[in-house]
Design a protein around this ligand. Sequence first.
Ligand SMILES: NC(=O)c1ccc[n+]([C@@H]2O[C@H](COP(=O)([O-])OP(=O)(O)OC[C@H]3O[C@@H](n4cnc5c(N)ncnc54)[C@H](O)[C@@H]3O)[C@@H](O)[C@H]2O)c1
Ligand SMILES: Nc1ncnc2c1ncn2[C@@H]1O[C@H](COP(=O)(O)OP(=O)(O)O)[C@@H](O)[C@H]1O
Ligand SMILES: O=C(O)C1=C[C@@H](OP(=O)(O)O)[C@@H](O)[C@H](O)C1
Length: 550
Amino acid sequence: MDLQDSRNPQVKRPRAVIIGMMGAGKTRVGKEVAHMMRIPFADADVEIEREVGMKIPAYFDKYGEPAFRKVEADLIADFLEDFDGIFSLGGGAPMTPSTQDALADYIAAGGRVVYLDADPKEAMERANRGGGRPMLAGDANARWKKLYKQRDPVFREVANVLVHTRRQTPQVAARKVMDMISERRVHVTGTAIEPYDVVIGEGTMNHVTEVFGDTVNKVALIHTQPVQRHSDRARALLRQAGYEVSDIAVPDAEAGKTVEVANRIWERLGDEGFTRSDAIVGVGGGAATDLAGFIAATWMRGIRYANCPTSLLAMVDASTGGKTGVNTSAGKNLVGSFYTPAGVFADTKTLASLPNDIFIEGLGEVAKSGFIEDAEILRILEAHADELRAFDGATFLGSGLEDVVSELIERTVTVKVHHVSADLKEKGKREFLNYGHTLAHAIEKLEHFRWRHGNAVAVGTVYAAELAHILGYIDQDLVDYHRSLLSSLGLPTSWNGGSFEDVLALMHKDKKARGNMLRFVVLDGGPGNVIHLENPPADAVEEAFRRIRS
Ligand SMILES: NC(=O)c1ccc[n+]([C@@H]2O[C@H](COP(=O)([O-])OP(=O)(O)OC[C@H]3O[C@@H](n4cnc5c(N)ncnc54)[C@H](O)[C@@H]3O)[C@@H](O)[C@H]2O)c1
Ligand SMILES: Nc1ncnc2c1ncn2[C@@H]1O[C@H](COP(=O)(O)OP(=O)(O)O)[C@@H](O)[C@H]1O
Ligand SMILES: O=C(O)C1=C[C@@H](OP(=O)(O)O)[C@@H](O)[C@H](O)C1
């Protein structure tokens, strides 16, 4: 398949622009960030000196500040469009209106303007060292303070990333900047949805303390044992932020998603005096975040909650979108509520402990999102299939793969959000997220849930592709592409379990079915074009099933 890269490789833009007061460390810390990220560094002052062929104090003396600002603004405008690294500006640069406009455009195109917010005393002292700063001529301290008063509010306005560096070494500050600029955010809004962000990247769990504000006192931290070390981190962060934390360990995976476990948690919340102004944080795979959301939705008819998903599947799917619930003897996920979180923190640091097979499973839902909306996902999966299949948590952090996985999470969450925002309660468009799921749910049930969901979805998408091909919606190449892509990622593409009759009976019970009519989600023409297929001919439904037997 020929999948075009939707991004334009010609466009160069700084990975981050650093602003701040004189002496904040824009040059020193900026260089360190570039070094850590192995990308180029440029300092506007140095570039200006190169361009005008003299030192800045000499230029100020000869031509004055207005002339300097003009040269500075022109140079910054050029770099914002043609430099692919870390770019530090001179202290006063963001005060020039044309530079403010250029920075706003840069942010609108996805850029990061980092305000390096140093402690005023520390920065002032450093700025006065060494001299050579024309803006501090005369009483340097008084000048610095005056400029700080004028500039600090503007810097806060102009930047979209704020990094405090008080008492931090340049290395520590740089690490902080690096984490913050590598972060990706997907904003979720929609009718009946209180807006929230899904924050993706290494260290993003640190933000879990930012969503509840001052009104919350107690936080119940719901997690499973395999992710203990990650929930320990969340607990430490929440305690440091002043919350009273109750640690609630629940049985792992589906064993935790039961009414009995929920009941034990409700009892505990009652004993510990949780009120409507308290909150829940879920840390773990999709089972733990589904349970945590369900507890939040039901306790006192709804309290605030945040999710820290730790499996790929939970990051790309389960933790966003607001479906919460437990399993009962009537079936999986049949009891629950649509209840959206206050924030989702997909911290890629937690993937370091994720076993390979559980990671691979998550790719099933990632590929599905590529098929239904974002063909760029398919291109990325294709280009990195070998590394993804060989995923090893032990070598994952800081590797090139981490960036690839972060992009896949961002894109997959974006696809999910497009569907959820338009249709929270699954009355229409949201059903498209169910591509491959009609057969997948039947497989999971017949395999007594020993088959992992993402693996079943992979087979289900091949089935849906076969069905669409038999009925003339897509060509054989696209069916073959489903198989080759999924198997290159280590996902299954065939299933030899139960009989067609068993599968058919279960597909009739699928939530998309209407009366006795089967309904599937299929592609029409190519990836990105999805339709509902209602009541397909019985022989096509059976023939497609025959084709997924190996
Ligand atoms: N709410 C939704 O919209 C939605 C969507 C898809 C799936 N789900 C639900 O999500 C669940 C499946 O999610 P899942 O695949 O994450 O399964 P899971 O929660 O059972 O996690 C799989 C296993 O991986 C472990 N694990 C998770 N993160 C780990 C880490 N970082 N390190 C080590 N071990 C880790 C878990 O403890 C568990 O043993 C199902 O219950 C499904 O119904 C919900
Ligand atoms: N976090 C820090 N800790 C200690 N020294 C620092 C720190 N940041 C910067 N410095 C030092 O302070 C001086 C001013 O830093 P610089 O990067 O030139 O500031 P700016 O470019 O923001 O004016 C330099 O000598 C630099 O090495
Ligand atoms: O604050 C300012 O107006 C200036 C700061 C300097 O950069 P640093 O902040 O890197 O010292 C330099 O651009 C020029 O002296 C003007």
